[in-house]
Structures are given as structure tokens and as C-alpha cells.
Design a protein around this ligand. Sequence first.
Ligand SMILES: [Fe+2]
Length: 463
Amino acid sequence: MATTEILDSIEKKRTWLSVVGQLSTVVSIKTRNASPNLHPVIQIRLLQLGDIHMGMPRDPAIDIKDRKYPAPVASLTTMDPLISAARFAVNLLRTNPVDAILLVGDLAHQGNAKEYQKCVDYLVQLILDEWHKASKPVLCVPGNHDIDRTVIPLDVTVGQIWDKFVPLEAAWKKYGMPILATSEVKSFTVKKSEALAEITALNSCLGCGEYRGLPADLREAAHELVKKAVSADDKWKAIEQIDSPAFAGEHIEAAQRQIDGNHKVNVVLAHHNLLPQSTPRVALYAELINGGQVRAMLAQAKSPTLYCHGHIHDDPIEIVSVPNIGAAPMVSISAPILDHGFNVLELTYTNTGLPLGVIVQKFKIGRSHTFSARPHEEIRIPFRSSAEYFPNYQPPRSSMVEIIRRDDGSRFPALLDELNKSFSHLKEEDLAAMLLEAEWYGIVRIVDREGHPDSWQILRVSL
Ligand SMILES: [Fe+2]
């Protein structure tokens, strides 16, 4: 039940309760004992795995002075950061399941089809085989490092534009998993009770590796460089920096149709960042050429949107909102390179399906070069403020909140008893839901929220 409905029902019962007064206290004790398992909010949990770069040379987690130590000995005494992170993510999935896995691309390092297949093989063997057999959703998008630039002709015709993605699709189809978004947008819906998340995967690599966007003399020179390069590394370096990533226009339209509607959370998955990163870049054409259009489109949606990406190997979270049009915020969430960690996104709703906000749990490798079962950082991002949800905060509702002590707070059991004296036989789970919802709006703060409500201390923040 949403806060507003609870408060309305309380107001209706108020007159009757003034007659039966003391009875409500007795009822409240019975109700509390009868509800040991509380489910006051609904959560849809997503695992966002960042760039993998299978095959990239990695320094062992060893003192810098020991880097020249014989490699076999060093490898025996240290852990491979990529393998450690992947194994930890899988163990976490088994102990605390998620509803979908999102892979943000750059599975390979130098656009080599064998390298890409090796990474797919590894992921399938590690978790995705059992995940797919259990019909659980997983989506993947291509990254700029997944594209084999050596097979792209100088002048690509319109009919050839998707050819460079065929080897990547084949790597997944080998396992009967058509999960990669290339020439078509991939999407699915996660529904949990009344809560809804629409997940849409977009290919942002349309221009990656293409020469046709370059001035004529430059593109011919670049093509020659790739042809002449001997090593895979040189081939990669010859063209990698003059890239022009882009979404297809028809994919932007498809995504726009997908995000229409209320009472849901849109999750859009793509490789590239929509906002320029904070670290300056000097490479030409490094940013998405139509990223601004997609950013503006997503930020005008009525329902909140999470834009989940990788590419920058860092993990900033940024919020874009457009004033005065009644739009919900767009939250851009980047996953770090997998060696450094990954994100678990907890989309949180009322038990009537109203989106409240997202909790981004950042699992990061620690100083001991291992992961901890607790997230390194947990960021709560509300989708709306109290002012937007309660523009006309009416007296019965505010008087209910005013019972909560502002300075040293109120204990949950005492608050329940207090409210039952004044209002109605409020159930423990309904009060817990109301308080959790009110916390998302910035009205109260709950100390020890992770514990049972009996241990909660509730502080009034506003109103
Ligand atoms: Fe990358």
C-alpha cells in the first residue's frame, strides 16, 4: 500500500477510533507478533558488468619493485584481477540473486574475433550457461574494442554496415544465446509483483572502425596504415583513436517508443557514455556523435531512466533532469573495468509498483586485492522529492509525521504504539512501508534500516 493510501485509510478510521480508543493498543500488539516477515517495498536487482578486455596485458597485483620477477612465480603468488572479480560476482549472484545480467561491451581487447569468442566461452562456462538454461534474462551490447577493424572496407555500403557485428553475434549463437544488440534493439521486461522495469539494449558502435566519416585523404592514409601494420597491436593503434561511435536513428526511435509510459523504470544499456567524462580526452571523434540527442530524449521521459554504460573504465554516476516538463530524472551509471569491480542496481518500488529510487551498490576491489561481501559504497538516488510527491501535504498526513521526534528520533515499536493510540490499528508492515517510502522522499531518515524494523530509529528530516 502506498503512503498516500495508508494515510487516507487512517483518516477514514479516525472518527471511529476516537470511540474505541484503548482497544487499538491491544490490536497493535497482536498485529506486530503476527508479521515476522516484512516485504514493505519491492526491489528489482540488476548486475551491471563493465568492460572485460579479455587478452589485455595486466600487471600482477605485486609490489612494483617485483614486476621483473619471473612471471610464472609471480602468477602463482598473486591472483588474476579479472578472474577474481568474475568469480566474486558469480558467488554473489548465488548468495543474493539478481533479476537480470547486463554486459556493457568490450569483451575483447583488440577486436579479434577469437579473443571475443574466448571471452564468451569463459562467461558461458562461468555462469551464463546455467543462467540461460534457467531462462533468466541477460543482455549484451558491442563495445568499440569488440570490432575487428582489419576487415572493414574503405567504403562501406549501406548494405554492409552491420557486417562487422556478424562474428560477435556468431560467438553468442554458438550457445543458442541471441543476446547481443546489433542491427536490432533488444529488450525485455522484468515484472515483480506490481513493479516493472523495461530493459532496452542499444548498439552505440555503428561508426566504430569506419573510415567513411573521415576526410578523403585521411581515411585513405588510415586504411593504408591498418593494411601495412604487422602486429595486431599496431593494426589496432592505427585507427582506434579516430573513431566515430553512433547509435542508429531507427534504434533511437525504437528506444523512445519503449520508454513511454508511467509507473515503471526504464533501463537503457549501451557501451558508450552519453556525457563527456571528467578526464580530458585528446583523441579525435572519441565521443558518441548523437549521444546528446539520446541524452535529451531519455531525460524527457515521464518515468525514470537508468542509462547503464561502460567504456570509460571509471564509475561515475550523474543525474540529468529537464525542468518544467514533468519529466523524471535520467541517471547515468557507469561500471568500472571488471578488474576493479562491478555494480548491483537495486530498483526500489512501493508495493503498489510506484518507482521510488535506485540503490547503486558498488563492489570494488579492496587494498587486499580481494572483494568484500559488503559493497564498497552504496548510493541511494531518489527519483522524486517530497515536494513533487506531496505538493498539498494535508493536515492529517503531516500530523502523522509530526509525531516522529525530530531531534533524537523515535523507535519503531514506540512509534507504532503511539500512532495506534491516535489513529488506527496500523499494521507493522504498513508502517514500515510508509516509513521506507517517506525516507525516499526525504521526509524521514531511518537508522539501522538493514535490520528488523523493531531496531529502527526514525528521525524526522522535513515537515
Ligand atoms: Fe573499454
